[in-house]
Design a protein around this ligand. Structure first.
Ligand code: ADP
Ligand code: MG
Length: 480
């Protein structure tokens, strides 16, 4: 019998404001520990939080980007729990009335189909500090340090519906949200620095049955680990159930070294947190003008742009999706199309040779040694027949190596395509004269031999003879 996995994600993304959500302290990453936590972040007596408008604006922008309901009135609540890196003893979050209500995003599945994933809500909250275990153990005992710099950094928690049915779908959805928050510029999405963290809720059931009991895997900070953690957890639950056991609702941790999840604690229920409205903060009331201004600042969204590129340029959905992976990629593509007027060649080169080279070097497009202008210069030489596709690859490699722009490389390396038909004819005549046996075979009907002649001409011309001309002239001459 089959089991159906059911997954819902809670994504925490740090909002890219300069200062914290309720104080003026800096949110910059990497400062010396405890140099960026002010009295408000520490929850010292007598201080009052003041809401950062920039965090609210970014939450509204996210809501608009997923076509969600924006709550005209939302409320901050205290979520009470004890943890050493939570100095106030509670986290300011939103509970019953979040700022962003129901919305949705589309994900592209492996088979090319689109699937709509519901977003239940997105709410504003403050981040906690960090417990540092590594640096302190060994120095005369197992000590844990506390760095409160992160306390009070604004977070948007984005909660999905349990609409995901596999680890692959969950990763596609997480990537989609990651693309979106970076695209609209509300978060840097830096996963190594913890700006984008995913909790995965996983259960399995018989198809058609009610939802099974879920386990929640906390704080996953790479897409690869997200996939592995969910895949492991699905298998664990299926084995457990098939052995007659039952899944307990609990919080689990993914251990990348062992590639397994293990129990951290049994899951709290909402009432364990004793939520209540924060008496120090007014409800957030948004007027239309604020929402309109925030919306007006949004760029063209990735899905809209993907459709536009596909329809305007006649490229595939797949190519359009790759070209809108980030705003930088889309801008690069549009710049190359502007300069060359050839949307398909531009897509092929960016998604082909350039993407492969970037991937191999572990570079982001923003770090590409080949500028959009340089790639356009190469494509122009293909368009005007100066370069064959094969030689163009060599020129690309030289561009990548920093040998200057395409024209200079073609000149310096003598790579210009031979389109002088007289010159090509002379080569062909010599080859025909030197290979009478093959000529005879060809004329006797062995068409395969044609490839041999093409190869000889290409060899002699060092790949530079125009392939179309070589074909036409060879055919004419071999007829005899
Ligand atoms: P919390 O984890 O704070 O208790 P919720 O009950 O709202 O919050 O659920 C959090 C996440 O768990 C959501 O993304 C939701 O889609 C997902 N979820 C809820 N029930 C299940 C289930 N049975 N299996 C998998 N995911 C689930
Ligand atoms: Mg949860």
């Amino acid at each position: 019998m089959q089991w159906e996995p059911v997954i819902g994600l809670e994504i925490h993304t740090q909002l890219a404001t300069e200062s914290k959500i309720f104080s003026g302290a800096s949110t910059a990453f990497g400062a010396a520990p405890n140099t960026q936590a002010c009295a408000v972040d520490l929850g010292l007596p007598g201080v009052l939080p003041v809401l950062n408008e920039g965090a609210v604006r970014r939450a509204v922008q996210f809501g608009q980007a997923i076509a969600a309901e924006i709550a005209p009135r939302s409320v901050f609540a205290r979520k009470n729990y004890f943890y050493p890196d939570l100095p106030k003893g509670y986290q300011i979050s939103q509970y019953e009335l979040p700022i962003v209500g129901r919305g949705q995003v589309e994900i592209l599945l492996d088979d090319g189909a689109l699937k709509t994933i519901g977003v239940t809500r997105a709410h504003l909250e403050e981040d906690a500090g960090k417990s540092l275990h590594e640096r302190f153990s060994g120095a005369g005992g197992d000590l844990t340090g506390i760095d409160l710099n992160r306390a009070g950094t604004p977070l948007l928690e984005i909660v999905s519906e349990p609409d995901l049915r596999s680890a692959e779908e969950a990763v596609a959805y997480a990537r989609k949200i990651h693309q979106l928050v970076r695209w609209i510029g509300i978060s840097d999405g830096n996963m190594q620095e913890g700006s984008f963290r995913v909790d995965a809720n996983v259960s399995v059931r018989r198809p058609g049955a009610p939802l099974g009991t879920r386990a929640e895997i906390k704080n996953i900070n790479s897409f690869r680990f997200l996939h592995r953690a969910i895949a492991f957890e699905i298998e664990r639950q299926i084995e457990l159930l098939e052995d007659g056991g039952s899944v307990v609702q609990e919080t689990r941790l993914y251990d990348a070294d062992k590639d397994e999840t293990r129990s951290m604690r049994t899951k709290e229920e909402a009432n364990d947190y004793r939520y209540f409205p924060d008496p120090d903060l007014l409800p957030v009331e948004l007027d239309d003008a604020f929402i309109e201004a925030a919306t007006a600042d949004l760029p063209e969204l990735p899905d809209a742009m993907r459709h536009r590129l596909r329809d305007a340029y006649g490229i595939s959905d797949y190519d359009a999706a790759l070209l809108t992976a980030s705003r930088a990629t889309a801008a690069y593509y549009e710049a190359v199309v502007d300069r060359t007027g050839d949307a398909k060649l531009a897509a092929n080169w960016i998604n082909g040779a350039l993407a492969a080279a970037l991937n191999k070097a572990g570079l982001d497009l923003s770090e590409s040694p080949v500028s959009s202008e340089q790639l356009a210069g190469l494509i122009k030489r293909i368009q005007d027949n100066s370069l064959s596709g094969k030689i163009a690859k060599q020129v690309f490699e030289a561009l990548w190596a920093g040998e200057g722009d395409a024209d200079r490389i073609i000149e310096a390396r003598g790579l210009k395509q031979i389109t002088d038909s007289g010159a090509i004819e002379r080569m062909i005549d010599a080859i025909i004269a030197a290979n009478p046996q093959q000529v005879e075979q060809y004329r006797a009907g062995k068409e395969k031999v044609f490839g041999f002649f093409v190869g000889q001409v290409m060899k002699q011309s060092q790949g530079k003879a125009n392939p179309q001309q070589v074909n036409d002239l060879l055919k004419a001459k071999l007829k005899g």
